[in-house]
Structures are given as structure tokens and as C-alpha cells.
Design a protein around this ligand. Structure first.
Ligand code: CMP
Length: 439
């Protein structure tokens, strides 16, 4: 889609999101009149037209928008069209049936590498004056939707499609029922989708627009930009699977159309379709590793080539909330890199008084003081939330240190610094205790 045509579509979504439906409709119409094949313009005109006029007159428009989106490789947009039909009281079955048949596992249309959809040229939008409103606006929209739907429904293709991540792991009947769990959500630019460190169970798929993913981490740390995601991307799935707080903040960079699914509905779908669960888990594992590499000073200090080799030495170890990861006075199982969740580092003095020395999150390391300085753990480490770590077993630490001496130097510096901090904290505790005895 061309640059010039893109901006009115953003305006269409902004109007839709803010409840200025006529303004949104005028913007979408200005595109549809010059680009009959624009799935998003047709979808917005049909839905907003159906909201403001008679929904029955826009059923074909939504169906044609879904078919166009399907052919253009935009399955999430086709699902939005189905969900919007349902919302307008129309029958969504033809849309969901067609989408499931095209993208379900085993579909004859699915090819590993389908040719990418050709972008449309830049087209000047049609002039739609602000004075066009009410019945006159609906009539003109009906005409444009009819013309577009007629053309698209006859031209509906059977060309090859690339598999849709996650969705194409399901065969058509399973995909058909999975498609029904999603609800559409339109959002203006700059709106929060999920907020780091909060709890939430919904997951989202981007149907149109762009999302910015950022991690703020500690209060005084600089935010780390993690990703910019576009159509087809999945977000919010990590908290759902790990049960940890949200790992990042996600904000719309431009007006967006999202699909949302609740944790309960996703849990049911995953139980029914183990393949879907495996795809979810693999997706999360990749993102967790990606984030760990971006956040961990230890991993970042080695070259990307070395890093992949280094990460392969670790295995995943998950802990439930409240579970002990390291026991004070004992040798730890190894070196832990926190991938998601949060741990508390707690020191217990001789009088069995506990002091929380730190709370550590993704990218931080625990277990290095005991391993590097070769002595029992000076504090206990407990999971504050469900926590996922990468573990390098103690017996393989030396071998890793030989292969990556730079990592050993970094760990040594970290260990010495933390050991001093803990000793200082213990001294303060002891002094406090002495004072209290004197008093
Ligand atoms: P969740 O932890 O539930 O909430 C924040 C979301 O940001 C997270 O799920 C992922 O969907 C997304 N996210 C986290 N890290 C990345 C990344 N490296 N790339 C893309 N998306 C990410």
C-alpha cells in the first residue's frame, strides 16, 4: 500500500478508536474509492458503515475484505473481519470457514515460501468533504463497498500462501474453532497494549499497525528497545506461559488493529491442541533468549558468534513462586542467568535475622559469587514470581571459563563487588545488633 494512501487509513483507525465514526468512515472511503482492492479500507468502510447504517448491507463487504486479506497473506486481518461480522450480528461462518480452509495445516495453498504480496502504488485519496455526513455518507460508502466487493469476490484467488505462524500448526477444523476465540480491538497511536511488571493474561496478534516493545527494567536503568512488531506478530504470550509479570512494555507506534484472546480461551485451545502449545513455548523460548542476550552484561560482552556457543552450554531451569534457587551456606547448582520473573537475594545472620539484599530480574546473574570465589553461597536466592533461568551446572563452569576467559573476568568483577556489598550489609546488621544489645 502506498505512502499517501496509508495516512488516511491511519486517520480512519484513529476516528474508529476515538468513537468519531463518521470521520473514520470518510477517511476510509477516500481510500476505497481509489483502491478497491485495499482490504483494510474495505473492512473499515464495511464495519463503520454497518455500525452507522444497516449491517446487512455490508455483509458482502466484510466477506470480500476477509478474502482479500487471506489472499494477501494477512490472516489476522481476515479474522478481524470475521469477528466484526459477528459483532454486527451477521453470520461470521463463511469468513471463518474460508480462512481455516486456506491456512489450516495440510491446505493445498500453503507453500513454504509463497511469493510476497505486491505492494500497491502510491495513490492520491479521493476527496471526501467533511460536510458529507449522515445518510448521504452511508449511501456513498454503500456504493463504494458494493463496487469493491463485487470486484474482489469474483477475482478471489487460489494462489500459494505462506503458512501463518502459530495458526497453520492447526488442521482446518481445529483452526476453525481457534479463530472464534479472538476479539478485535482498535487502538490509537501511542496507546499501551501491555505494561511491564503488571500481571495479565491476554495475548494479542497484530492485524494492522506497528507496536514498539521496550523494557525498562530497574528504575534507574536506561530503557532497552527490544523490537518493533508489525502485522502477524504475537504479543503478551510470555506472561501467559511463564505466569511471570509482563516482561516488557508494548505501545502502539501507529493506529493499530489487534486481535485479543483471553488466557482462559487460550488455555482451552492449547489443551485441545498440544501442537499449538509447543509452538507457543518455542516462540517464547526464542524471545526469552533474544531478550536475555540484549539485557545480560555477561552475554553482551562476548561477540555474537561466541555468544551462541556460550548460550548452548546452558539449559533451562524454571522455578515456582517461593521456590529456593540457592541455599545460603551451600554450594549452588551452578551459574543462573535470569531469563524472566524475579528473585530475591536474602541474607540470614547468625541470629536468624533476614535482610533482603536485592531483587533481581531478567538479565541478572546469581550463583557467581560462590562459583568464582569457590565458597558456599553467602545468601539465599528465592523466586518472587514464577521464574525461568538458564543454568550452567557447576561441574561445567571451569570448562566454560576456559573457552570464554572474558566471561570469567566479568563474573569475577561482579562476584567481588557483590561479596563486598554483602559483607558491608552483614557488618551493618551486626552493628545494629550490638547497638540494640548496648541499649
Ligand atoms: P509478555 O511478557 O506477556 O508482555 C510483554 C510482551 O512483549 C511479551 O509478552 C512479548 O510478547 C513481547 N516481547 C518481549 N520481548 C520481546 C522481543 N525481544 N521481541 C519481540 N517481542 C517481545
Amino acid at each position: 500500500m502506498g505512502e499517501v494512501a496509508q495516512r488516511p487509513l491511519d486517520r480512519a483507525l484513529e476516528g474508529w478508536a476515538s468513537g468519531s465514526l463518521e470521520a473514520g468512515l470518510r477517511a476510509a472511503l477516500s481510500v476505497l474509492e481509489v483502491q478497491k482492492e485495499s482490504a483494510l479500507a474495505l473492512l473499515a468502510c464495511s464495519y463503520l458503515g454497518g455500525k452507522l447504517g444497516d449491517p446487512a448491507g455490508f455483509a458482502d463487504g466484510l466477506r470480500a475484505a476477509a478474502e482479500r486479506a487471506t489472499d494477501a497473506g494477512q490472516l489476522p486481518l481476515a479474522i478481524v473481519a470475521g469477528a466484526l461480522s459477528r459483532e454486527l450480528g451477521l453470520d461470521p461462518a463463511p469468513i471463518f470457514d474460508a480462512a481455516a480452509a486456506a491456512y489450516g495445516k495440510g491446505s493445498a495453498r500453503l507453500k513454504r515460501q509463497a511469493p510476497p504480496a505486491l505492494p500497491g502504488g502510491a495513490v492520491k485519496p479521493a476527496s471526501v468533504p467533511n460536510s458529507l455526513a449522515g445518510k448521504a455518507l452511508i449511501e456513498r460508502v454503500e456504493k463504494a463497498v458494493r463496487a469493491s466487493a463485487e470486484e474482489l469476490l469474483t477475482a478471489h484467488g487460489h494462489g500459494p500462501l505462506s503458512p501463518a505462524p502459530l495458526f497453520s500448526s492447526l488442521d482446518p477444523p481445529a483452526l476453525r474453532s481457534f479463530l472464534e476465540i479472538f476479539e478485535p480491538r482498535v487502538m490509537p497511536a501511542g496507546a499501551p497494549v501491555v505494561e511491564e511488571k503488571t500481571f495479565g493474561g491476554d495475548a494479542f496478534v497484530v492485524a494492522h499497525g506497528e507496536l514498539e516493545v521496550t523494557r525498562h527494567g530497574a528504575v534507574d536503568a536506561d530503557p532497552v528497545h527490544l523490537a518493533r512488531l508489525g502485522a502477524g506478530a504475537l504479543v503478551g504470550e510470555m506472561a501467559l506461559l511463564s505466569r511471570a509479570p509482563r516482561s516488557a512494555t508494548v505501545v502502539t507506534a501507529a493506529p493499530a488493529l489487534l486481535l485479543t484472546a483471553s488466557k482462559q480461551a487460550l488455555d482451552v485451545a492449547v489443551t485441545k491442541n498440544p501442537e499449538l502449545g509447543r509452538e507457543f513455548a518455542e516462540h517464547c523460548r526464542r524471545r526469552m533468549l533474544d531478550n536475555l542476550v540484549k539485557a545480560s552484561p555477561i552475554l553482551r560482552s562476548v561477540s555474537p558468534l561466541e555468544r551462541a556457543e556460550l548460550v548452548r552450554r546452558f539449559s533451562i531451569r524454571a522455578f515456582e513462586q517461593g521456590e529456593r534457587i540457592i541455599q545460603q551456606g551451600h554450594a549452588p547448582d551452578g551459574l543462573f542467568l535470569i531469563a524472566s520473573g524475579e528473585v530475591a537475594v536474602v541474607h540470614q545472620d547468625e541470629a536468624a535475622e533476614s535482610t533482603v539484599l536485592a531483587r533481581l530480574g531478567p538479565g541478572e546473574t546469581v550463583g557467581e559469587v560462590a562459583l568464582v570465589l569457590r565458597r558456599p553461597a553467602i545468601a539465599e536466592v528465592v523466586a518472587n514470581h514464577p521464574t525461568v533461568t538458564l543454568l550452567l551446572p557447576a561441574e561445567r563452569f571451569l570448562e566454560m571459563a576456559r573457552a570464554h576467559p572474558k566471561v570469567l573476568v566479568d563474573l569475577y568483577e561482579l562476584a567481588v563487588g557483590r561479596d563486598q556489598e554483602t559483607a558491608a550489609a552483614a557488618e551493618i546488621e551486626a552493628a545494629d545488633l550490638d547497638d540494640s544489645i548496648l541499649v
